[in-house]
Design a protein around this ligand. Structure first.
Ligand code: SF4
Length: 345
């Protein structure tokens, strides 16, 4: 059944595909960077980051030798920062062990940091036309509707089922366009809920969801595990010229700079007491607008304070507005606080 419409799909893709920067005769390195950036992040957001990143680090050699601070700054705002550190670790291995070429061997690719089954398939099929399928949420949505599949598409076994199903039709001629065409379909016509455009779809004559008008019923709604709610208080120290930010050594925001963070929502007087006990001399405290940030598995509701201090405890990790804007990598969750602060001063 799928076989009957695959030619239509490939023809449609070759005619209609969007002109994205990583589709312009890309090297395996450029495909690798684009695939890592596109994990968890929308295409429109990724484009400017991708163009800047490739300009700064045009190949594995440049990336393997990049300073962590510069890398983090180039990634600032994209979130999920472990991605860029894994990208650098992979670049070091590719530079040292594979002469700056992404390995063509699937098992070797899987051993690289940050590369899982999906990313290995995406890079190998797009770079070397090897018949390894990459099945993401877009591909799963298309296939779930096409077959009217009752199974939970978030299950690993369902992803594998479709990976093996698609690989039956892949060969060295069609591998690259094959997977991209399913992704493009999921991103442009077979959309998550509203505006599903079956009338333009190359699969419409065989797609069961279209034939039975059940597009909105599939994929079946899956109850997601609830995100953990956490209250935090963020304290920005400022001496009138510089901000004092701390580098996180571990946890969720490892290697990033940010404010002092306390669990719970602290009152102004509590913040004052804690800072005085810690040796700070305070001139004034100002409450900031509350902020919320949604991570993969948790939501932070944040209270913020700007504390004017007389003398900093140490000058290390102090930054001017300009340095914060251009050199220091600040996690996305604090960006709204900083935007307000930096606009004000
Ligand atoms: S016909 Fe409609 S529901 Fe079926 S794959 Fe195409 S866009 Fe999706």
């Amino acid at each position: 059944m799928l076989n009957d419409v695959l030619d239509n799909l490939l023809i449609w893709f070759r005619q209609e595909k969007r002109n994205l920067p990583w589709r312009n005769n890309p090297s395996p390195y450029e495909i690798h960077v684009s695939e890592i950036m596109l994990q968890q992040t929308r295409i429109e957001t990724v484009i400017p980051y991708y163009l800047n990143f490739i300009k700064l680090f045009p190949n594995y050699d440049a990336l393997a030798n990049a300073q962590d601070e510069v890398l983090m700054k180039a990634w600032e705002g994209l979130g999920y920062y472990s991605r860029v550190m894994n990208l650098k670790k992979a670049a070091l291995i590719i530079h040292n062990e594979y002469h700056d070429e992404f390995p063509k061997d699937y098992q070797k690719a899987l051993l690289l940091p940050g590369i899982g089954v999906y990313t290995a398939g995406a890079i190998l099929s797009r770079s070397y036309h090897l018949p390894y399928a990459a099945v993401d949420g877009n591909v799963l949505r298309v296939l779930s509707r096409f077959f009217l599949d009752e199974e939970d598409i978030s299950l690993e076994k369902v992803k594998l089922k479709y990976k093996y199903e698609l690989e039956k039709y892949m060969n060295n001629e069609n591998a690259s366009d094959f997977i991209e065409s399913f992704m493009e379909l999921g991103q442009t016509l077979c959309l998550p809920s509203k505006n599903i455009q079956c009338e333009k779809c190359p699969l419409k004559t065989k797609c069961k969801a279209n034939l039975f008008s059940l597009q909105n019923e599939y994929p079946k709604k899956i109850s997601k595990t609830e995100k953990k709610i956490e209250n935090k208080t963020c304290v920005f120290l400022y001496d009138g010229v510089q901000y004092y930010l701390l580098k996180k050594e571990d946890g969720l925001l490892k290697n990033m700079f940010g404010p002092l963070i306390f669990d719970g929502h602290l009152l102004q007087k509590d913040v004052e007491t804690i800072l005085i006990q810690d040796g700070y001399k305070i001139k004034e405290i100002k409450e900031l607008k509350d902020q919320k940030h949604i991570f993969t598995h948790r939501i932070w509701f944040m209270k913020g304070y700007l504390v004017y201090i007389k003398t900093p405890k140490n000058k290390k990790d102090s930054f001017t507005k300009d340095e914060i804007n251009h050199q220091v990598a600040i996690p996305t969750c604090f960006q709204k606080f900083l935007k307000d602060l930096l606009n004000e001063f």
